[in-house]
Design a protein around this ligand. Sequence first.
Ligand code: TTP
Ligand code: MN
Ligand code: MN
Ligand code: MN
Length: 444
Amino acid sequence: EKPGLELAVVSVPSYACQRHTPLLHHNTTLTDALSILAENAELSENEGRGVAFRRAAALLKSLPQEVRGAEQLRGLPCLGEHSLRVIKEVLEDGVSHEVETTTHSEQFKAMKALTGIFGVGAKTADRWFREGIHTPSDLQRSGHTLNRAQRAGLQYYDELNLPVTKSEAVAIGQIVERAVHAVLPGAEIILIGGFRRGKQTGHDVDFLITHPDEGREEGLMPKVVSWLEAQGFLLYQKTTRNSYLESKEGPARPASNMDRFERCFSIFRLSTDNEGREIQTGREIQTGDDPQTYSPTLTNTDPHTHSDTHPHSKTDSHPLPQTLVFPKPQTSDFPRLPQTPDHAQKVSWVLGHSQCSGPRSWRAVRVDLVVSPYSQFAFALLGWTGSKLFERELRRWAVHEKAMTLSSHALYDRKRTQYLRASSEEEIFAHLGLEYIPPCDRNA
Ligand code: TTP
Ligand code: MN
Ligand code: MN
Ligand code: MN
């Protein structure tokens, strides 16, 4: 055996939360294959199998070099029999038979297309699939009664399946910032989810909102939503109020993985002009308002949004501005997109709902807003930054290795029977006995 090829000599810890997992890594061919199988398992509601494939993929993402032969994987954790078989096949033949069969299967294609509709989960999609509904157009024609979310999901299907760019995320951030500060000055807004991990595109944009004076954040979401609605920024929204206080389960013992923060799942109407620039205006500038405040300039061009933006962060070297400021607008200051995406033209209106109008000057974007009390902020930030597998691994580590329970609200030490406070993510990692992993390395 050639020296230096045995990756197992570099000891790789078995929990993803013990490893650095960057966005760009050396084994994309292998992880793409495993991700297809994970996705298929999840769509078939076989969660255990899905997690096994996700863990195997995450292990490969964390390796310092490209795997060229299966013998290099000897002794590495997280690689089950099935995953190893798939990896070997891809290494030897370039493709895996099982992956090929899956990607070409009618069921997988239909389940992906149907769950690609906002508001449609695997259960519903599977029921429709068995009725012969394979595409959003089939669903449209079927005359099925849909809920409000699904109707919006169908209406904006194509747009919501276009990746959201980083500049669109920043533009949305400015709107959210304006809305939040209009109803609660001093509130803090932080970009979370995939964009905080450094992703250049996402399926949505996620924001966490808090206020340094505990309690001031209560009831904030309905006010923010009203403001956004009045300005014409919302195409759809569903707000869920905080159910944390009245729940009987205890802060770190949620009944499910869903947390109980006040939150809003929404679809924004993001204006874009024909030159591919984004403007942050809603339907109309309302009379009585200062028009200048409707066109804030983009102040963040730093690609490093994965940096911690919280004041408690100690390792913050290149943060997104804590507060996005809105200097006096100058049209020339509008951000130019990297590749002028004219979404209105890219979108093919398969559903035929807007044949009448020409290219539009706006697009629909999925946005998630979460409000957390300041005392839970670090937990919410950690819990909503992802990736989903990284979060799952953190909770598994806490329970199995530390006898602790971690949620997006709190950390509970079951041996000392007490809650452990934290005002930064670094403190939470320290409580858990883990090396601090920055957001950009949580792409497990
Ligand atoms: P997502 O927005 O679903 O995922 P993402 O931002 O990592 O990736 P994408 O680019 O595709 O949008 O979720 C973001 C984080 O929020 C994820 O780590 C899990 C967390 N989360 C919860 O804690 N509770 C919830 O109910 C949901 C929907 C997400
Ligand atoms: Mn997201
Ligand atoms: Mn989200
Ligand atoms: Mn960086």
